[in-house]
Design a protein. Sequence first.
Lengths: 1062, 657
Amino acid sequence: MKIRLIKIPRKTNVVVMGVLFQFLFSNALLAKGVGVDSPSLATEKKPVAQQIIVSGTITSSEDKLPVPGVTVAVKGNPKLVVVTDFDGNYKISLPSSDAVLVFSSIGFKTIEKKVGSQTIINIVMSSDQTNLEEVVVVGFGTQKKASVIGAISQTTGKVLQRTGGVSSLGAALTGNLPGISTLQTTGKPGEEDPQIIIRGVSSWNNSSPLILVDGIEREISSVDITSVETVSVLKDASATAVYGVRGANGVILITTKRGVEGKAKIDFGFNSVMKTASKLPGKYDAYDALLIKNRVIEYELNQRPDSWAYIRPQSFIDNYRNQTTQEQRERYPNIDWQDFMFKDFAMTHNANLNITGGTDKVKYFAAVDYLHEGDLVDLIPNGKGFDSGYALNRLNSRANLDFQLSKTTTLKVNLAGSYSQKQQPWRVISEGYLWQGAYTLPPDVYYPKYSDGAWGYHPLNQVQGANSAMNLTMGGAEYITTTRITSDFNLKQDLGKFIKGLSANVTFSLDNTFLENQRGANNQNFTVYEKWIDPLTGIPVLRNAPDGLTGFDFYESSDWTINGGLMDNGQTRRNLTYQAQLFYGRQFGDHNVTAMGNLQRQELAHIAVLGDLPSYREDWIFRATYDYKSKYFAEYSGAYNGTEKFASANRFGFFNSGTVGWVISKEKFMSKLTFLDNLKVRASYGTIGDDSANARFLYFDQYGNGITRPRLTTTEGETSSAYGWFTQTSIGNPNIGWENVTKKNFGVEFSIFDKLFSGSVDIFNDYRTDILMAGSDRAMPSYFGFTPPRVNLGAMEVNGYEFELHFSKRINNDVRLWADFALTHAKDRVIFRDDPGLLPDYMKREGYALRQGRYMIDQGFYNTWDELYGSPAFETNDSKIPGNYRIMDYNGDGIINQDTDRVRYGYPSNPQNTYNATLGVDWKGFSAMVQFYGVNNVMRSVPISTFSLAYFNNVFEEGTYWSKDNTNADSPVPRLNNTLNGDSWGTRYLYDGSYIRLKNAEIAYNFTSNWVKSIGLESLRVYANGNNLFLWTKTPDDREVDNGGIAYPTVRRVNLGFRLTL
Amino acid sequence: MKIYNKIILYCGLFFFLAGSTSSCTDYLDVAPASLVNPEDAYKNFVNFQGFTEELYNCVPSFCNRDDNNFFNNGEEEMWQQNATNQGAWIWQVDLGNYWSWQRGGFGNGGSFLDQNTDNFSTDNNKRSKSLWVGAWYGIRRANIGLANIDKMVDATPEEKNIIAGQLYFFRAWFHMHLITYWGGMPYIDYVLPSDEPLRLPRLTYQQTADKIAEDFQKAYELLPGNWDAVPAGQATVNKNELRINKWMAIAYLGKNYLYAGSPLMNLSSGGADAYNAEYCKKAADAFGILLQASETGACQYSLIPWSKYSENYMTNGQGGRMPGTATVNNVVYNEAIFRGPNWGGTDQSTNKQYLCAGGVLQDRSWSQYATANYVNYFGMDTGLPINSVSKADVPGDQGSTYDVHYPWKNRDPRFYINFGFDTQKMVNSTAAAAKNFVYANLYTGGNYRAANTGSNTGYLMMKFNPLGFNKYDNAYNRHQVHTAWMRLADVYLMYAESVAMGYNNINATSTTFSQNAVYAINKVRNRVILPNGNPLPGVAPIFLTSVESFMSEVRRERAVELAYEGHRFNDLRRWRLLIKSPYNVKTGISFDRAIPETNNATPTFNFLDKNVPQNNRIENLREYVVWQRNFTERHYWLPLKRGDANLYPEFAQNPGW
């Protein structure tokens, strides 16, 4: 039985990594040493007779500053090369005055100059922005931007570094890449990666895009932002077809930085981030809450006389204000829980160091990144000897090496390691016990910790009244360590000797992830003194009973234990991928042709997800492109994918796409329109498959044995029968096959007035059929008796458009203004989902957005008893009072039914529109930038209601309450004692989830003047930036998804940092 | 030259890799040895019994499934306001919102009829069980087993019969419990295919019951009476109490017929709103076989003597032993006939859900309390009901000694086992924290009756939690509550009902058992021993004058003997009484003590008798309605799931839903 992949002991891995790193750093130092010895840094060659010495300074046209590192070469004589020094000076000996000097540097336009009689040649180089952006990372390769005809957005690591101290790369993508939207749920350190959706949701199985780091499927959290060179998002069929089945939800390609030839360049950055909790629901204090409660009691007294038990006189309520003694504070607690539980701010630190450089034989990029994410939770000292709370400490390292083995052979080796340690309370059963305070706990529920050391508890409800402060403090500390080691080996051989333009490429990659948990202080079963003081009587109620056997008083046991940690073998993950690629690219006059073929196999072992058997994948991939005069483009690409999930007849699927593009602006008839720099139209059409149903081997019946045994015994200690089990664990469907997505995309790109404005518009449609339908979702009668097999049944569609506009204006040499706008609209609709045939249309899922909820519809208040009596009754005996919502009897049967009067309403929970706007200004060394990000057409249900329990006094800021004089109120009067179920609230807690954020803002200054150099630096950049600084929304808190209840608050960050280059 | 070598090397490598993929389908094939071979499951007795025993884990433990268990959905208990925050099924039943038996209904439900939060599984997790899902699952498994029974080649005929008998039993048992709540169903007796539309029509209740009877009959014929006595049972000797035998099959055959012959089922199958005599006779014959065997000692089942009566449903200090049997003077008495498996202790479950919550006796947010109307079924120690109208605040008549000033005096001994009442000692501990709660202050205004924490009916339910089972005394010692699905006392009472209604004569006997209905009910009554050592008298002569008046005592006896064991709701339904007065109200009592308590904070317990609480006089006894169920005809059946009832017209929703 094959279970493990190549088994490399962990220690060996560490040793190998260590050796490689040492090699790396020593190499880096070596390179630096050379630089010190020869100040010109030139690879000086022996002077030839009759030499002419030419020197000069090279400055940049933009900032008039000298440009170091410019290559000065003699045309036709590759051996005669020098490089400018820090001050942009060069000196070169030439054999004769006929020579032509070629000045070139990345990012600048290459200049050629005949020497003639000159001995000093000063050059002003102008930047070549287009060149920089020229290359776009596409699937299995790169393409020149001008020739890209797929829907691809790309951003750079530099842009992502401006996101204000965000440590999650996924979160940093928000707003920087048109077409993707992110949904953030929690601010918990180490878990801030948002859900990413590219161009809407077109399947209920899986909406996550494929994320590749350096071409291999990896977790986005395994990369730190400073190591990122580019991030590409592939959106249409043309771009994703090469990924076949895995690209159906779009693809995110993350490319890490690589070494650049030259002296070792050391780059050090440091960020110091202050973060504070973002928006949390507003609550009234105890005094106000009790006053409102009295009003509520008066309001419902007629219906519920028993509510009178909760009425409190003003003299009693006054106790919650103007308190002078601790005794008062404890008997009449008035706690601002949000303030109590969270610090004013928490600190996060990040330091990173990059070294890059190399020779023509070896180039290297090495990086180390350390991150400490602090915790917002303000812990009360627990006196136990351990510190509870949350934290994330992460150390990432990376070495990307390029070896030029021969003229035609290159070897790339990427080694990356990540060691992250997350701290959290020990084995939390339910998040609700921890965060109730931040959301729903009433201000007067109890004093969090009484002066006698007893913790507060509420005798009536220890679930909804759980003491968050106590649970966070006493909950112990678990350290979860994730160790990731990823390695890629890529060998590229130019086969031009055989066939011109042909090259071959072999990649081998092995990733290992290890997870250790249950290390730390286990205080899971803590018992502490808990009490509650009845504010009416002042009598304390103790939770802890005396010992049942001896009658002794309760005592706090101190039975927390130190755990040494367990390797979670189920979470150990090994991913082995190998690829072999042939590439052919050649120009025949005006005809440009490329062709690429690739075979890839993947073997993934991950017991917790896949079980004992590793999973396998096999993909055959090809792409052919053609263009004529860079004016007419055509591309055809596809993949032949295999999956273990389907029977051999359906196992391989062929998915392909075709694209055409036309650069109209290059046509002669357009040449009169001089303002037009570029106008390109492109269209793509193709199909992509998907097999992402969360199960394996869908095609045959599976049996299990010995899984479990019944307790067929009357003695409790005996846990098993004598007979081991045999049972069918799943029913297979031999005909199961691929989901198919047909993707259509039409785009226009333009650029006018010398790139003053540029942008693009894309219109797209994804039509997905044969969606894998889990057996439990099928319209099968219960009497089938088991989960039916999966079938290809569903259909969905997403329609949308994207719009991008860039503006860039250089006012003079010192000032540049720029702005980017982008808008994405994606609207999904279920076309078929096997709804039961007799279900009325409005109860079906067909025809509605996938994530659109079903709600009771309210039609304003009934303001009088007459209107109340005229309203339909609830199915259950609910006591209605004027001022409640009139709920729509949607099916008109005269009764409000819990199920049949619930209709799909409003927008789905994923936003249909996302937009962002970035404005920036550069002035000499200064730069400033603000980025706004917003979404709309989205709904969020946040059911946190006032007086959720009759004896709890939690009152949220809900605007005005109904009264007979204010029939246009924001909310009905809350209720205390009622038999109303949630239906009567209609859409009260359904919020318009639209928001606009000041997502990022930055002010930075680049020191390039002499004093920076005088302290030995090449450049220094200091900056202040922030993330999520302001939020405009109608929702009571700042979260984008409700993942069941309540969570660690999301955060807002302000960051001070610097980056220096040596 | 070197470079060319390299080129050749790498090209060779590339083509080797590419070429090796000619076997690409193999690469994605799953290694066969890594999977379980289905044929193994059926080849011999050991494996096939392993396959069959999964069916036992399809039976939910209705009294021990969640933190609160709602298996008494008749008029026997009342919930507290806090139940509404948790969407308790018992509250939703009282509202008439039967929809919430279904998963995804309002709140977390807590009904054992459908899954709650955990998905169904036959693992050893008590929360992952439910009747609706487990029964259909079990039926499919039984059909798979029966379809493969011929693959059992390495087995004796007896072993084959035992496997088949269990499979038939469970197929019938699951169908029977489904139709009990949801009415007639298609009888699934083959493995349903997954690749064609399933359009089986619903049968009537009696049509389904006939099919069920066939399977129970087969099981009766195939199974041994006692596994311990046959070779196949030797692997698990002395651990076979829960395994299905022929007596279980015959008892359920009888129950199936009695239900099919009951008024509700008869009416909904197109018959009259009355008992169906034919089914009742068949029921009496089936029960008679078991009772005859029991009385002659031919089977292992007999009534547990009074001294160990509580071991029918509860054990404590016995290492968590499952109740249902008891040993008295070295004789083992098996009263429980059919019990499902139990998964773990009862912590935070039935052992606490009935005692005063909110810090009085337990730290729980709410409790369930015995209703006064139900307490009133518990008659006098003379065998008479408390009064003709069964009202707490009406003095006794018909010769009963019921006294409204001493309402708890001289009652049926089972009264004292089931209920806690005013001035009863509830706590043994002398701890200061317990001081206020030592005696049940259940009078109006007493601290056992506070709004959110105390009883809202004036009684406490103590059947599962007698004195000491509170947070101060902490007398829990592997406390185990597990009520049987069927026990012998139930069979006696069902026999009494079926033979009386089958022959319309209380003196008739079945063809299989020579005793009549009166004998059967008195057998259960006389087991109860009064403090003076005499047995509790049988049915009083005034109720032996007609079948109708006799039936009122049968109903009362079922209420008393089987109280809180999950039978009442179905009994009221099948008798077609559920929606009728007085069965649709839940009542409580209010009263004052003759010697009022003077200082609540430091109680002096100014009542006369601290040891015999029923001797303390009360005044102003008043019975009031706590809850009235506004039920209509539709509330006799639970609604089917919408996903099922909307598939095709022949699988129609139950009327009114």
